[in-house]
Structures are given as C-alpha cells and as structure tokens.
Design a protein around this ligand. Structure first.
Ligand code: KIV
Length: 275
C-alpha cells in the first residue's frame, strides 16, 4: 500500500458506544482514552484497544504550536476529526468544541452538528452550570456530550494559569454540584482535569455517567492522556503525564502499556496524582 495508509484490522472488534462505556462503569471495568489527532495514530489506537479517542483542542498546543487552546478554530477541529475518523472505525470518537463556539445553546447546536458530521460520535464542552441548558438541548436532539470540569484550559486566562482546581471546600463543592447538574441534563461522559483524587472519587460515585480523569487520581472510571505525552514528545511534561515509550520498544508497545496500566489500575501511580 502506498504512503503508509493505516491498517484497519485487529484490536477492537466491536464499535464502542455510549452504552458500552456506561456498562463498563457499572461493571467496574476501566477504559482508556487518548487525545490524538491523525489517522495513523487512530489506527494504532484501534489495534491496541483504546476505547475512546479524543480529538482534543490540545492540538493547538501539541501540533500547531500555539501557547494555549484559545486560537483553535472549527475548521482545524473538523480537519482533524475527519483524519481520525478515517483511521479508526471502532473507537468512540469525541470532538472538542473550540473556544467560544458554544457560548449560547443555538451556537452550540450549529457547531456541534458540524463536528458530528465530520465523523465524531460525541462533542466535548468545557464548563459547569452555565452549560446545563446547552447539554440538555444537544442531548435531546441526539448529540451525545462529554462535559469537562476542573482545569478547563480554554479558560486559562480567567483561571490565571494551568493549575489544580478544587483544593478548597467551596470550589470542590461547586465542581461536584456542576457535575451532578450536567449528569442530570443528559451528559454522557465527564472529563475531570487536575482535581484532587478525593474530589474525583466523590464525583465518580455521585454521577451515572462515566468519568475520565487526567491528573484526577486513580478512582475515575477511565483515564485520558495526550499522545504527545505518552510518547515523550513534550519538552516540559505536566506532573500527571507519563512517557510510556521509556518502558516499551516501539510506539505500539507504548500505547499497549498505557492501555494495560489504565485497565489494571497501575496508572496513575502516586507520582502522577494530586492530593
Ligand atoms: O484537548 C484535550 O486534549 C483535552 C484533554 C487533555 C482532556 O481536553
């Protein structure tokens, strides 16, 4: 085959759906998520059993060289969702909605439709209670939503930096209440980023949707890491990330180890969590 067209056999044999993930939560089976952006990596993720692919707006920083996710556009997201979709027909594909493309429910509906039509099975939105009406609207119209709480990178300028969220009781309670409200509004997944492990556990126990942690301890229903961090491509990696290529002989080996370590609860260990 010319030009390294990604293989499409092996690994996951059944398509992963929102129901698969809810069942896994109920049965206490952890699932792996990777934020990635192109067809060959998506194909490798299928082969190594990664259940959920996030086409994250982190691509603004990891691929495009911006210093935050704020400049990322709808066109860039659509381009990368289409590429990931071409490489993988089994994992559940989640597409991030870029900064300020979901400021009102109507705007969210228009832009989420475009991400879904590019090949995503779900959209991801950053924010708390203010998104309840939007989540309800998208969900009622058949668009699954992943909520995102804790450190929400699109708000980095408001938060004053990429920092752990929910360390004091007031903020922890606010995040817990936001999670419960978004769950009730119909969200299907929840990313918890950079929150203390105890808070992530409390939220995971309180909501019916599966939770996916990144810097959120061991007790979430799943973990997510960015592919650049898994492969040691990040110059100053965040505390919660791990270079899995160090203990593997090649890229598929690193992804396999990540999936295995998530499923067995080996990752994250004490070194990669916040208390
Ligand atoms: O954009 C992204 O990749 C994300 C993950 C880090 C959760 O939102």
């Amino acid at each position: 085959m010319p030009y390294g067209t990604p293989a499409t056999t092996g690994g996951l044999t059944k398509a992963i759906t929102t129901l698969t993930l809810r069942k896994m939560k109920q049965e206490g089976i952890k699932f792996a998520t990777v934020a990635l952006y192109d067809a060959p990596m998506a194909a490798m993720a299928k082969k190594t059993g990664v259940e959920v692919l996030l086409v994250g707006d982190s691509l603004g920083m990891t691929v495009l060289g911006y210093d935050s996710t704020v400049p990322v556009t709808m066109e860039q997201m659509i381009y990368h969702v289409e590429a990931v979709k071409r490489g993988n027909d089994k994992s559940l594909i989640m597409g991030d909605m870029p900064f300020m493309t979901y400021a009102t429910p109507e705007q969210a509906l228009t832009n989420a439709t475009r991400i879904m039509q590019a090949g995503a099975h779900m959209v991801k939105l950053e924010g708390g209670a203010w998104l309840v009406d939007t989540v309800q609207m998208l969900s009622d119209r058949g668009i699954p939503v992943c909520a995102h709480l804790g450190l929400t990178p699109q708000s980095v300028n408001k938060l004053g930096g990429f920092r752990v969220q929910g360390r004091d009781d007031a903020k922890a309670n606010e995040i817990l209440e936001d999670a419960m409200a978004l769950d009730a509004a119909g969200a299907d997944l929840l990313v918890l980023e950079c929150v203390p492990s105890t808070l992530a556990k409390k939220i995971t126990d309180a909501v019916s949707m599966p939770t996916i942690g990144i810097g959120a301890g061991t007790e979430t229903d799943a973990q997510v890491l960015v592919i650049n961090d898994i492969l040691g491509l990040t110059e100053q990696p965040p505390k919660f990330s791990k270079n899995f290529l160090v203990e593997a002989k090649d890229i598929p080996g690193a992804l396999e180890k990540y999936v295995n370590d998530v499923k067995t609860g080996v990752f994250p260990d004490a070194e990669h969590i916040f208390l």
